[in-house]
Design a protein around this ligand. Structure first.
Ligand code: S3P
Length: 181
């Protein structure tokens, strides 16, 4: 059993981190946080606008600050953004403060789920498939590096995926209340 004060979901865009994360947070009575949403609230600007005004580097700086703030607490479920594993300091923090679930997704799954998305700046590419494939090659090893549990991309409903993940978590994650007991 692995004791960690928080649950952290990592994985690429369109893997279902936020939707599955909400279910898991309910099940384990954790406070749910979506990292992008928290960045947007604190900045008063959308992720897209932050990218436009400050570039990706500016966004990454804000993302790291908010991640640090969120993981300072206990009993939280943090659904991270797909690129938050890029910085080594973020990876160290995620691994130290969370039980980390890597929600994987295949590029075809991502393309289907994100078909109508116009919010994510990294998808604003002439060839989305190529962009997602490049990101996957770069980031897959980073997701794996921090993961305590890897969930393959499957065509499951959110409810079924959450149930499946919860079974695995029950077997391997020693939750804060349990470790305190
Ligand atoms: C990004 C993923 C997005 C968001 C931003 C950059 C990435 O989050 O943080 O658009 O670099 O993969 P989601 O993974 O929640 O889509």
């Amino acid at each position: 059993m692995n004791p960690s004060p928080n649950l952290v979901l990592v994985g690429p865009m369109g893997a279902g981190k936020s939707t599955i994360g909400r279910r898991l947070a309910e099940r384990y009575r954790l406070e749910f946080y979506d990292l992008d949403q928290e960045v947007e609230e604190r900045t008063g600007a959308t992720v897209r606008l932050i990218f436009e005004l400050e570039g990706e580097a500016g966004f990454r700086k804000r993302e790291s600050q908010v991640l640090e703030e969120l993981l300072d607490g206990d009993g939280r479920l943090v659904a991270t953004g797909g690129g938050s594993v890029l910085a080594a300091e973020n990876r160290a923090l995620i691994a130290a403060r969370g039980f980390v679930v890597f929600l994987a997704a295949t590029v075809p799954q991502q393309l289907k789920r994100l078909e109508r998305d116009r919010k994510r700046p990294l998808l604003a590419a002439p060839d989305r498939r190529a962009r997602l494939e490049t990101l996957a090659v770069e980031r897959d090893p980073l997701y794996r590096e921090v993961a305590d549990l890897i969930v393959p991309g499957e065509e499951l409903s959110v409810a079924n995926a959450a149930r499946r993940i919860a079974e695995a978590l029950d077997a391997s994650w020693l939750r804060p209340a349990e470790s305190a007991a």
